[in-house]
Design a protein around this ligand. Structure first.
Ligand code: GDP
Ligand code: MG
Length: 418
């Protein structure tokens, strides 16, 4: 794991109402999501950014010392840096530095699953890099810099740039073609009839914790059946026997840099495709209304603000004020108050989810020949078997199945309805 030093920057000239503390918490959450180990977190109050370092030179030198002492691998800044600022900082600090956009892109890269999502993220990464390969670039300074290195450095720079432009062009073309392919995939999943639920919410609200809590509390369906599942999605069985797939997503952010919107959307395919959204809100956060607004804005941007949605008011184990809880419950209805950490009220949330999907199941009472064990397999796998009897004349089953599937079964000539 990379040992990271976090630098939260707040400028006096900025009149937004984000406090240093909130900015630092957001940066920490992002850093953790990207897999970094936070060794220390420091803050910087300045009048305005400086052209050379963003922060003052003194601060940069201070950071350099800290990095050496604490054996830091990476310094992560809460703001975007210009190419020049980043190069200058790296020169003094002598460690890898990441700015806000790079950190977010790194997280997107981890969350992008589909080929399309991965390509969108790579495209954003290259588009971010390209204008930064200018003049005496990183490459040059790493060759030693100064007199005499200019020629070969410039040449290499030009080659790099050309390669990157080519790659960008290819990605853009491939992406156009992929759109068609993707709608086919979507159709396939819909045919299978498995409802998809996506967790959305502000960074640090508790989405990943909730997915883990569900996994602990529930019978998790063997992942092998869902070949498309990865570590960020789980197949669950609801109390009524309905199977659902539930997916964690990358957290939403305040002030998502606009140039990252396309890449962000691509990492949110689960959200766009989902049948139901669970919006996880940190109920004890003083900025809960702002967080909610940030999420709603993103959903609007994705044109899915009217998708069915349940709000999970999380972290109630930290909340003493019942009046407050009643207020937000009302304001964010339909909502369920939970604690992902303490596994509180998960059953209520599941019941609420179940309500949305109840109509997706059909109960079949049928007889099939003894030779059709493949169907029995299917029933256990995709539905809930209520009764099963093996008789001379065949197998009699009462089973709850996703509606789409049950219609297919009834079309099978060997299936007889009882
Ligand atoms: P995500 O960014 O939405 O995925 O949030 P995480 O699941 O990573 O949780 C962020 C932080 O909140 C972690 O430190 C969790 O331990 C903590 N957390 C999550 N749910 C709860 C909860 O119900 N109660 C408390 N006290 N902490 C929680
Ligand atoms: Mg998470």
């Amino acid at each position: 794991m990379e040992r990271a030093l976090l630098v939260t920057i707040k400028l006096k000239s900025e009149r937004d109402n984000w406090r240093m503390q909130d900015l630092a918490v957001e940066l920490e959450a992002l850093a953790v999501t990207s897999g970094a180990q936070i060794v220390q977190s420091i803050s910087y109050h300045g009048e305005r950014p400086t052209a050379n370092f963003f922060i003052g030179r003194g601060k940069a030198e201070e950071i350099a010392i800290l990095c050496a002492e604490e054996d830091i691998d990476t310094v992560i800044f809460s703001r975007d840096l210009s190419g020049t600022q980043q190069r200058n900082l790296e020169e003094i600090i002598d460690k890898k530095t990441l700015d806000r956009t790079q950190l977010i892109l790194d997280i997107f890269a981890r969350h992008a699953k589909s080929p399309e999502g991965k390509m969108q993220v790579e495209l954003a990464q290259l588009q971010y890099l390209l204008p930064r390969l200018v003049g005496k670039g990183v490459i040059l300074s790493r060759l030693g810099g100064g007199i005499g290195t200019r020629g070969p450095g410039e040449q290499k720079l030009e080659v790099d740039r050309r390669r990157i432009r080519k790659r960008i062009e290819k990605l853009e073309n491939d992406l156009k073609r992929l759109t068609v392919h993707r709608s086919l995939l979507r159709k396939k999943r819909k045919e299978k009839g498995i409802p998809a639920v996506a967790l959305v919410g502000y960074t640090n609200a508790g989405k990943s914790s909730l997915l883990n809590a569900f996994t602990r509390a529930n019978q998790v369906v063997s992942d092998a059946l869902f070949t498309t599942l990865d570590s960020l999605s789980k197949a669950l069985v609801l109390p009524n026997g309905e199977h659902i797939v539930i997916s964690d997503t990358v957290g939403f952010l305040n002030n998502l840099p606009h140039h990252l919107i396309e890449a962000f959307k691509a990492t949110l395919e689960e959200v766009v495709e989902a049948d139901l959204l669970i919006h996880v809100l940190d109920a004890q956060h003083p900025r809960i209304y702002e967080h909610n607004q940030a999420v709603v804005s993103v959903l609007e941007e994705l044109q899915i603000a009217d998708k069915p949605r349940i709000t999970a008011l999380n972290k109630i184990d930290l909340l003493d004020d019942q009046t407050w809880l009643e207020t937000i419950k009302r304001d964010f209805a339909p909502s369920v108050a939970i604690s992902a950490k303490e596994s509180q009220n998960l059953n209520l949330l599941l019941a609420e989810i179940e309500k949305r999907f109840i109509r997706n199941l059909a109960c079949l009472h049928i007889q099939i020949p003894l030779t059709r064990m493949d169907l029995v397999d299917l029933f256990y796998r995709e539905g809930r078997v209520r009764e099963i009897q093996y008789l001379d004349q065949g197998i009699q089953v009462k089973v709850d199945l996703p509606k789409v599937l049950s219609q297919k079964i009834l079309q099978d000539r060997q299936v007889e309805q009882l």
